[in-house]
Design a protein around this ligand. Structure first.
Ligand code: ADP
Length: 394
């Protein structure tokens, strides 16, 4: 019997990332992205069997893109498509694992829209179009928050009046859960430890950034909260600020809620601090050329990251290792070394050559001899989503 393929779909407001993931082969049979949907420049880019291709779909929306994708997916899967997996950003308290999409699940996801008003409606758009276009295939939702449903109450509650939690779901949920599940499995494998009997600190550093404490395969704390804005400095998100900042800006500058939200989510983080870019690669280059803003952004990023990891260590009985993942975690020896330099009290130290060479998809240990393990582990959220989906469908 041929191994099964899963089409993994990740809908953003103007984009759809997709991949056909095979149960047994590591490289994706098909991967790509529909970009700038809804605009005259809308385009579908994909890579099939090593060949790159693209198709202009001027003014095409999510549905148009999925319709165009259908024959390409069928070619990639060669008649062995087992199902479709949708990445859904927020699963609230209702979803602690992947779920087959039926009318009840769809209604439950729709009811979560107030928790992620920018993301849930576009996730639903993709799900509804896929159900219409692939009516005979089972469809599954995999949630970014699900892995963190094991947080104990002392970690997930805010110190706010109780009714805000009980009646309105105001609590910490956490995100990047699929990535943390994948890299913690890999870290245990790489170290010859059992995931069910090991304790990890992990940092997922992409455009969004977060940290997580993982004990015996379960998330016990994480830095993101009700929304992905809480916690670390990110590409264009501020991370933690004094909550009174909102009223301060409203009172002193007359800013509206929308202006404040835009500033905290799109104009802050590395971009706001540097005045230059939200992209770490550009900032490292600018720092090398003496750009003061880029240098400051990198210092604040690393200090805040180290502070968050130290805080996460409160949830661990012992430390079996620190995991770096995401575009920055996987590729930046500078950020790893600057962060670890702030964590001497955890006895962490890096081996310089190992840190320098573990980039561009390489994985493995980078700690100095005799110090606690530090691992670089490239994440693969699409593969984890496909594996979760196959486990559910089989
Ligand atoms: P997303 O969260 O969108 O999936 P990624 O995980 O791809 O993002 O991470 C993007 C970030 O990784 C960007 O800030 C990018 O500059 C950074 N990055 C990628 N390669 C390098 C590198 N060689 N050095 C430093 N930063 C890098």
């Amino acid at each position: 019997m041929p191994a099964h393929n899963i089409l993994v779909i990740n809908c953003g407001s103007s984009s759809i990332k997709f991949a056909v993931v095979n149960q047994t082969h590591a490289p994706f049979a098909l991967s790509g992205e529909a970009e700038r949907l809804g605009s005259p420049e809308a385009v579908l880019n994909w890579q099939l069997a090593g060949e790159k291709a693209s198709l202009k779909i001027a003014n095409g929306d999510h549905r148009t893109a999925l319709t165009q994708l259908l024959p390409i997916v069928e070619r990639a899967a060669g008649g062995t498509l087992r199902g479709i997996a949708h990445r859904v950003v927020h699963g609230g308290e209702q979803f602690a694992s992947a779920r087959r999409l039926d009318a009840d699940a769809l209604a439950a996801i729709r009811a979560l829209a107030p928790l992620a008003p920018l993301h849930i409606p576009v996730n639903l758009l993709g799900i509804e179009a896929a159900i219409e276009l692939f009516p005979t295939l089972p469809q599954v939702a995999v949630f970014d928050t699900a892995f963190h449903q094991t947080l104990p109450e002392h970690a997930f509650r805010y110190a706010l009046p109780e009714h805000l939690y009980r009646e309105h779901g105001v609590r910490r949920y956490g995100f990047h859960g699929t990535s943390y599940r994948f890299v913690s499995h890999r870290a245990a494998e790489l170290s010859g430890l059992s995931l069910g009997d090991s304790s990890w600190l992990a940092a997922h550093l992409g455009n969004g950034c977060s940290t997580c404490a993982i004990v015996n395969g379960q998330s016990l704390d994480t830095s993101m909260g009700l929304t992905p804005l809480e916690g670390l400095v990110m590409g264009s998100r501020s991370g933690d600020v004094d909550p009174n900042l909102h009223s301060h800006l409203a009172r002193t500058l007359g800013w509206s809620l929308e202006q404040i939200e835009q500033m905290l989510n799109q104009d802050s983080g590395l971009l706001g601090l540097s005045g230059l870019s939200n992209d770490m690669r550009s900032l490292e280059q600018a720092r090398d050329q003496g750009h003061a803003g880029a240098s400051l952004a990198i210092e604040v990023f690393c200090y805040r990251l180290a502070k968050s990891l130290a805080a996460m260590s409160c949830a661990l009985p012992q430390l079996d290792g620190l995991i770096f993942t995401g575009g920055i975690g996987e590729n930046s020896p500078l950020i790893r070394s600057k962060t670890v330099a702030h964590l001497k009290l955890l006895n962490l130290a890096l081996d310089k050559p190992a840190n320098a060479r573990t980039i561009r998809g390489a994985s493995g240990p980078i700690q100095a001899h005799g110090h606690p393990r530090v691992l670089v582990v490239p994440t693969n959220e699409e593969r984890q989503i496909a594996l979760d989906t196959l486990a559910l469908l089989n």
